[in-house]
Design a protein around this ligand. Structure first.
Ligand code: ADP
Ligand code: MG
Length: 696
């Protein structure tokens, strides 16, 4: 495959145009494959072409092409070519009407002004429409073009001009609202600085983030935005990570903490080792995933598209029948021609076609701004129908940072036990391992070999030729274990005997009970906690968090089979950290990962990722999904019922072109305004997250 190139687009006005643009691009010799992402206004090509060539392929829609990293200039609304043309056509209509009242309806000047208005405002539309008619493609533009030409033929110049103007206005509105919805992501993109201060030898140099290498040392001063992902090597500060996690409370950063590009360093200077290239940073990944998400079609949208495909030709057929049948039965052909045109205008599916995408794109953008990554409209729609939530315990219900609370040696000293456990846990990623290592931080660890990790059990390794084990009772089958009551117990032993045990404890998250309560208020009927931990600990945490069902001592594959079982009767979402519960996340109707900023796995395996550690976002997101689904339904019903009512008016002959125009325009306006409501956080949710803000 040839080189992949990504461009940003400006001026792309409709999904149909995107498809045509793609088609034109594929005809360019040097381009093997082209993909236009309408919602993200992005073009990906495999091959080679100049910007001029690309723009020429998009000339029919006046598409402007920009290099991916250049950032598109924001053209003010009043300077956009389409908007200026639309405005001119309105002015010409006003001129037309003043002639109409002074000189009469059929005066040359009147007709001329209206005709000019039609040409100015409708040039692109009519050109596209006529092309479509020639190719027998019946879409919205075809419909409108026939209506406009028909109205002109029967001498209704004023109506024709107004149809043109209103269609142009609704297109401008569509462009404006999609832009607005996309902007939430663009503002994320502008978030990371372009330059970084890097230490080269003894000198500090200011260089472009593209030239920074992994392993470089970066200096971030107080008040500055962090330009790259990295790990703190010196210094201490608080960092506002709202851009990524949506949580506005600053997070403490000290040596070894991870920092993210685009977040704001508030107090101290930090010396950071760069760990990721600029294009691989967490924020870049989020932007990429959100852009992908906004283009994926939600089920409702697919339905609307399919519907529009049959609906548009059907309307044309009805219009034709209205024009032909009554005159054959003795009606006045002029009147019925007029009625038929009105049917065409009413039939325009503009409102219907835009109803779903605006809502989905707006909602996904809103979520992204609040630190929630939704990887497609389909997940948003699925989430709205969930009635059961399964939680992983560690790191989801609990803070996920267990601490050692007790060390008991049976043979040897406590120090030896900790040293041994630490030497084995050194290579484990498990939160328990981190707790033990913390306890062992001032002990010199031993060299362990042939390290093996048993998921859901623990670790086995060799030290000086002797086999040692650290883990739960399952790992020590056949041993004579001491009975230890309460808490999570980690046994330490050799091949032959048990040497002692370490007790660890993890805290439930602050406010978890209220968050779970909130889920019940949102219509969740069942909550389950799935964990590999022992029964008594699991039960206690279940009680403290208000979760109704607890399944303990599960292996990861048992978490999966449990989800499968619940799925038979409920619509289930699984919430986890994505580390050892990825299969369960994938199996659930919706897989939700917590702490997405920290782990790439979580970002990749989940359908929805909460970037931060704030559980309250779960309820917020469910509530957003419900609002979105409700608004989509309202929009579809609104768009269709307005049209049906207007269409029925044809029978008594009450439908005028004017009524048709206003029904169409009104529907589009209402639908867009309704969808843009999703940009707001609701007051209720706002106060909710403020009340239970986490300080962890
Ligand atoms: P969960 O995510 O619900 O805690 P896991 O499958 O990660 O479930 O772990 C289950 C249990 O396995 C832990 O509670 C612990 O007893 C044991 N375990 C797993 N890994 C380790 C380890 N590295 N060290 C000690 N115990 C471990
Ligand atoms: Mg886990």
């Amino acid at each position: 495959m040839a080189d992949k190139q990504v461009y940003r687009l400006k001026g792309l006005s409709c999904t149909n145009c995107a498809a045509n643009f793609e088609k034109n691009l594929r005809q360019i010799e040097s381009i093997q494959e082209a993909e236009v992402n309408f919602s993200a206004a992005k073009l990906t090509i495999f091959g080679d072409a100049t910007i001029e060539q690309l723009e020429q392929a998009g000339a029919f829609d006046h598409i402007k092409v920009y290099a991916h990293n250049q950032g598109t200039p924001r053209i003010p609304v009043y300077k956009k070519r389409e908007n200026l043309l639309t405005l001119s056509s309105l002015l010409l209509i006003i001129v037309g009407y003043s002639f109409y009242f002074q000189l009469g309806e059929n005066h040359v000047a009147t007709v001329g002004a209206f005709l000019l208005s039609i040409i100015v405002g409708g040039y692109d539309l009519i050109r596209a429409g006529i092309k479509n008619i020639a190719k027998l493609q019946f879409d919205m533009k075809t419909l409108m073009t026939i209506a406009i030409i028909g109205a002109a033929i029967i001498g209704e110049w004023a109506e024709a001009a107004v149809i043109v103007f209103l269609f142009a206005l609704s297109e401008a509105l569509e462009g404006y609202s999609m832009d607005k919805a996309r902007n939430s992501i663009k503002s994320l993109m502008e978030i990371a600085p372009n330059d970084a201060t890097i230490k080269r030898g003894k000198q500090l140099v200011q260089i472009s983030v593209e030239d920074v290498r992994i392993g470089d040392t970066m200096i971030v001063k107080p008040g500055e935005k962090i330009p790259m992902d990295g790990i703190v090597r010196e210094g201490r500060s608080f960092v506002n990570q709202a851009a990524i996690t949506g949580e506005s409370a600053p997070v403490e950063k000290k040596v070894k903490s991870t920092v993210y590009a685009g977040t704001v360093n508030e107090e101290g200077a930090l010396v950071v080792e760069v760990t990721k290239l600029s294009e691989d940073s967490t924020i870049a990944k989020i932007i990429h995933l959100v852009e992908e998400a906004q283009t994926k079609k939600a089920p409702t949208q697919a339905f609307v598209d399919r519907f529009a495909k049959y609906y548009t030709p059907a309307i044309m057929l009805i219009a034709l029948m209205v024009m032909v049948i009554p005159p054959l039965l003795g009606g006045e052909w002029q009147t019925w021609m007029y009625n038929g045109l009105a049917v065409l205008v009413v039939g325009c599916p503009c409102a219907l076609v835009i109803s779903t995408p605006v809502a989905i794109v707006t909602a996904i953008g809103n979520a992204a701004r609040n630190g929630v990554l939704i990887k497609g409209g389909i997940h948003l729609e699925q989430l709205a129908t969930i009635n059961t939530i399964a939680f992983d315990k560690t790191g989801t219900i609990t803070v996920g940072k267990p601490v050692v609370v007790e060390v008991n040696a049976i043979h040897g000293t406590k120090e030896e036990l900790i040293q041994l456990a630490g030497s084995l846990e050194r290579y484990s990623e498990h939160p328990i391992a981190r707790a033990i290592l913390k306890k062992a931080h001032d002990v010199s660890l031993l060299e362990a070999t042939q390290f093996q990790s048993y998921t859901g059990k623990g670790i086995v390794a060799f030290i000086d030729g002797v086999c040692y084990k650290v883990g739960n009772a399952k790992l020590f089958e056949g041993y004579d274990l001491p009975i230890v009551s309460g808490g999570t117990v980690v046994y330490v032993g050799s091949d032959e005997q048990i040497l002692g045990y370490i007790k660890v404890a993890d805290q439930p998250r602050k406010g978890i009970k209220q968050h779970v309560q909130k889920l019940y208020q949102l219509g969740i009927v069942k909550t389950v906690m799935l964990t590999g931990d022992v029964e008594n600990v699991a039960k206690q945490i279940g009680e403290e968090s208000g979760i109704t069902e607890v399944k303990a001592e599960l292996f990861p594959e048992e978490k999966l089979s449990h989800i499968k079982r619940v799925k038979e009767r409920y619509r289930v979402a699984m919430v986890g950290d994505g580390i050892n519960d990825a299969p369960a996340l994938a199996e659930a109707h919706v897989g939700i990962a917590m702490g997405g900023a920290g782990t790439d796995v979580a970002l990749e395996t989940a359908d929805i990722a909460l970037m931060g550690d704030d559980v309250s976002k779960l309820a917020d997101t469910i509530s957003l999904s419900k609002r979105t689904l409700r608004i989509i339904k309202e929009n579809i019903i609104l768009a269709l019922s307005l049209k049906v009512v207007a269409l029925l008016l044809v029978i008594p002959g009450w439908l005028t072109l004017w009524l048709a125009i206003f029904a169409d325009m009104g529907a589009t306006l209402l639908v867009v305004a309704n969808a843009l409501r999703l940009m707001r956080k609701t007051a209720e949710i706002d106060s909710h997250s403020r009340d239970h803000h986490e300080i962890t």
